[in-house]
Design a protein around this ligand. Structure first.
Ligand SMILES: Cc1cc2nc3c(=O)[nH]c(=O)nc-3n(C[C@H](O)[C@H](O)[C@H](O)COP(=O)(O)OP(=O)(O)OC[C@H]3O[C@@H](n4cnc5c(N)ncnc54)[C@H](O)[C@@H]3O)c2cc1C
Length: 367
């Protein structure tokens, strides 16, 4: 259940078995949402591409930026950008004056405040987030993942209930169809998993009840004239409505710039807010927009809070003896910094598939 990266990875791994993939949306990909304007690729969801898809991948080595007190500071790393913007932060070993800057870099990859996250992840604020792209954008990634996917796929099939009944799993869809399977992987986001799972184990139930997601939105501007020097991404202080600005592909003379919002009052205000942010970062530059698009995400990603993740253990992944959870939110390695997100989703899908194979074919064969 769930045709995002986790569900796709799991379905691929189990390709020799009889697999049915159920996805509620009309298309596969979940929070990976590639689009095109003519020949120009852009993303309404995850921007970077996966390193593990063996596609030609470009790593963006352009500087990262910090927009601080009305000025843009570009540097090779978040720490160097902080030091350039706030020289007084350093003698005091990144003292309180650096707090909002750390918060800004943390917000590039986490949809929450830094103090909402577990201690082990707060260091992500200083990790340089690697932006990788393929010329075809994430559409090429999804096409590669779908290659060789033998599972039967049903899109527009929303699951409303899943539970173990004796030696099978019962899955009910919104179309009131009841399906039976020998086992199942719930590869939806955590909120949907909480809604559809009946009688999960106590460990899974506690974790899912404590799990919270951060929301956000994306606005994309295709600009005929590049208005900024080369950059990979720019973090903005948390008081701004835009969390980060990320450069996309440049094609056909149009540069694509993505704006990630942590508050999304309404979709109509996103493009004006994106333009206003651009004008502030690059005052006086002409903003000649070839195209724009927006998407509001009620659930950008999980908040790695101690309430949900503080008592993490692998039992959480097993709501019953025949059901496994997969998704970026259940690939949790407290001391490992980036990558997570897409890589976590894929890794969790592969892991769930291995466990399901062990349940179905205890001797390791196919069935
Ligand atoms: C704006 C944005 C930017 C991001 N940028 C990056 C980035 O640059 N790098 C990075 O690594 N990660 C990034 N991420 C995170 C990344 O997109 C996710 O971590 C990853 O795609 C999650 O995959 P998943 O399979 O776990 O979940 P999802 O992609 O959420 O897939 C779950 C699927 O389950 C389906 N579903 C839900 N409920 C049901 C139901 N009841 N029945 C059937 N199907 C259901 C959903 O429709 C969805 O397709 C970004 C995310 C967003 C939103």
């Amino acid at each position: 259940m769930g045709g995002g990266l986790a569900g796709l990875a799991a379905a691929r791994e189990l390709g020799d078995l009889d697999v049915l993939l159920l996805e509620s949306e009309p298309r596969l990909g979940g929070r990976v949402r590639p689009e095109r304007f003519g020949g120009i690729p852009y993303e309404l969801g995850a921007l970077s591409v996966l390193a593990s898809t063996d596609l030609p991948v470009e790593v963006d080595h352009a500087p990262v930026g910090l927009f601080w007190n009305g000025a843009l500071h570009l540097a090779p790393t978040p720490l160097a950008a902080i030091v350039s913007a706030i020289p007084s932060a350093v003698p005091r070993a990144l003292g309180p004056e650096a707090g909002p800057a750390l918060e800004a870099f943390f917000g590039v990859t986490h949809p929450c405040r830094i103090d909402e996250s577990i201690l082990e992840r707060r260091g992500d604020a200083l990790v340089r987030f690697v932006v990788r792209r393929t010329p075809g954008g994430n559409a090429a990634v999804l096409a590669r993942l779908a290659e060789g996917l033998r599972a039967e796929r049903r899109v527009g099939a929303r699951v409303v209930r899943v539970e173990t009944r004796g030696d099978s799993v019962e899955v009910e869809t919104a179309g009131e169809e009841t399906l039976r399977a020998r086992s199942a992987i719930v590869a939806t986001d955590g909120v949907a998993a909480r809604e559809i799972l009946r009688s999960p184990s106590a460990a899974t139930g506690r974790f899912l009840s404590a799990l919270r997601y951060g929301s956000g939105a994306v606005a994309v501007l295709g600009l005929r004239a590049p208005v900024l020097p080369r950059f990979s991404y720019i973090a903005l202080p948390p008081s701004e409505s835009v969390r980060a600005v990320v450069r996309g592909a440049t094609a056909e003379g149009v540069s694509v710039v993505h704006f990630y919002f942590h508050v999304a009052p309404d979709a109509a205000s996103l493009v004006p807010a994106a333009k206003e942010t651009l004008a502030r970062i690059s005052p006086g530059a002409p903003i000649d927009v070839a195209f724009s698009e927006t998407k509001v995400w009620p659930r950008v990603g999980p908040i790695v809070s101690s309430g949900a993740y503080g008592e993490w253990n692998d039992a959480i992944l097993r709501p019953s003896d025949r059901i496994r959870l997969a998704g970026d939110y259940v690939h949790f390695l407290p001391y490992e910094a980036l990558p997570y997100g897409q890589e976590a989703a894929l890794a969790s899908g592969r892991r769930a598939a291995e466990e399901i194979r062990a349940i179905l074919t205890p001797s390791g064969g196919t069935s």
